[in-house]
Ligand binder design. Structure first.
Ligand code: HH2
Length: 273
């Protein structure tokens, strides 16, 4: 899943793709690098971010979703939103995946929309809300607590009529979690796979990687790749990243090693070693 943030204030790429032409070109590049899903977002959820009113969020994402849909790329278009009005217009414009970091708690009617329209969705764990979520987050056991939350939200989604096979689950790395919480979730990610749905993981460029490596947000590609390799080995199957090329290569090797997929190497190179 490649990230296309159409925002002025996203934590790692804010302002880079505010112009719709640049955002559409970026989506095309991410697909050429191996993305199977492009996730278009118009509201930053970084710690301390201010909420964006629906009309403004819509004005940001809609032209980009329309533009990417017009390209008819072999890719699924996702809208990263908590808002019913934004998701509805995005689906009308060609989105077939709703990535809701509130797991349908912000606007519960969004679950009914996803059910009616038959789109895929991602339900993510977040402790609190973006403005305050990093203020001393606490858990009894972070993995058990996140798992219990995802179980409840999965049930709420199926109760709203969403087919279970349309639902993916995400522990929400960095959303109300300390460095230790994030690492514990990665280390024990396999415990979430027993929920029976594909696990999505979003570590890309996040601040816990900066705390570990001392690197600035633009220099966290290697650390991001490491976390995604770990996550694959622990059972994750959707990887939300800004740096698709590096992650796709690493996951190709990881998948061939741990999942024996694809069964036969399919690429040729110019060297023999
Ligand atoms: N992380 C971010 C946004 N959306 N969605 C899912 N499912 N999982 C995540 O981990 C996740 C997400 C935050 O990253 P980014 O979009 O790069 O930043 P910002 O929220 O500042 O736009």
């Amino acid at each position: 899943m490649g990230v296309v943030n159409v925002t002025p204030d996203s934590f790692s790429d804010g302002g880079a793709f505010e112009d719709e032409v640049a955002a559409i070109a970026h989506a095309r590049r991410l697909v050429s690098e191996g993305a199977a899903i492009v996730d278009v977002g118009g509201e930053s959820t970084r710690p301390g971010a201010d909420p964006v009113p629906a009309p403004q969020e819509l004005a940001r994402v809609l032209p980009v979703i329309e533009g990417v849909a017009d390209l008819k790329l072999p890719v699924q278009i996702s809208v990263d939103t908590m808002k019913l009005a934004v998701a509805e217009a995005a689906i009308d414009a060609g989105a077939t995946y709703v990535n809701d970091v509130s797991a349908f708690r912000y606007e519960p009617e969004l679950a009914s929309l996803v059910a009616e329209r038959g789109t895929d969705c991602c339900l993510m764990h977040m402790l609190g809300e973006p403005r305050t979520m990093q203020d001393d987050p606490r858990y009894d056991d972070v993995v058990d607590d996140v798992k219990a939350f995802l179980h409840v939200r999965l049930k709420a989604a199926t109760d709203a009529g969403i087919a279970e096979e349309r639902i993916q689950l995400d522990p929400g790395i960095g959303f109300g979690k300390t460095l230790e919480h994030n690492l514990e979730l990665l280390r024990r990610l396999d415990e979430l796979t027993t929920l029976g749905r594909p696990i999505v993981i979003g570590t890309s460029r996040k601040s816990f990687l900066g705390r570990l490596t001392g690197r600035d947000v633009t220099e966290r590609v290697h650390a991001t790749v490491a976390t995604n390799v770990i996550a694959f080995e622990r059972g994750a199957r959707v990887f939300r990243v800004h740096d698709v090329a590096a992650t796709a290569d690493a996951l190709t090797v990881t998948a061939a090693t741990f999942a024996r997929w694809p069964p036969i190497p399919t690429r040729t190179t110019t060297t023999t070693t």
